[in-house]
Design a protein around this ligand. Sequence first.
Ligand code: FEO
Length: 401
Amino acid sequence: MRTNVLAEGIFWVGAVDWDVRDFHGYSTMEGTTYNSFLIIDEKITLLDTVKRTHMQDLLDRVREIIDPAKIDYLVVNHVELDHAGALDEVMEIMKPEKLICSPMGKNAILSHFHREDWPFEVVKSGDEISLGKRTLQFLETRMLHWPDSMFTLAKEDGILFSSDAFGQHISTSERFDDEVSLSHVMDQAAKYYANILYLYSPLIQKLLAKVAELNLDIKMVAPDHGVIWRTHFDKILQAYDDWSKYKGGQKALVIYETMWNSTEKMAKAIASGIEKEGVYADLINLKVHHRSDVMTKVLSSRALILGCPTLNNGLLPRMAGFLMYMRGLKPQNKLAAAFGSYGWSGESVKLMNEAMTDMKLNVIEDGRRTKYVPAHDDLAECVQMGRRIGQAVKETIEQEG
Ligand code: FEO
């Protein structure tokens, strides 16, 4: 039976966005949810709001429970506009007594809405506010993933409202992790991590240590996107620990773009060499795979082998764009190599090697170039290159134990 109740007096009142397919360059082929939570206590409190396009859904859900004008406190855990886009209209309707946010949250709200007259209540890590029977405790999570981000814990209920952390872009009428396929949710959580949080992995390690040190009694984790973790929080917590430690997987990824199929032939030969060493190799043609799906594979890979021909002394545009995107997300602890065909100048391999070296990936080959179309001998060399990469993958797996 469907329910939006997290605990007695705590309700999900968010919105499901079934249609969104792009989130500033991240493909959201399953839509998303904007989660918002209502706590009924002596001080009626709303935690986070929704994207402006979905404000009516939020108000309708609140009205099923209470008149929105009766809300006393509004907590803004994160100011990005998918959660605070309608804040000006929401403030006008609800007129809360307190608008609770982090110090950086106040700065961000002022920079977005320019309303010094709003009733800001600035909270720092460790601060608490009583709602009556319940207490809210706050934990700033700066740069996870904006400066303003914070967590709010409903202490007596053990519910952590975690903003974007532990989220997944899934549109679903189910609200909890035990109502949907766990493997599917974990795949979407991995995609979220790879495309939003990967670059902040060192900060996530510190945050996980801080949460462990605080010894918080957490029974449920409610992110601002996707399903609420009430049964499998241990699994997503373990995954965040692994991902933020840059734990390598078992696979090599051969990621390529091709012009007249020469680089594709090289890609297939290199992948076959890797597989001859007993290592899985995924072939990823950037023409058909979205960059955000490729990043999800990068998260759990051990080696990145990039292939691209030379165009106008540079790279083909999809590979150039993917490299720029991946550079920002800062993957670490990966073996790397490059290859590509060329006609006369042939800079692509050098450019890809330089980019991956700048990213502090472990470039283990000079790279392989082929003039125009690879001959049998060229492809045999590509197979040998793949074998060397496969051996290196096995060695690093053995070293890790
Ligand atoms: Fe879901 Fe950073 O916003």
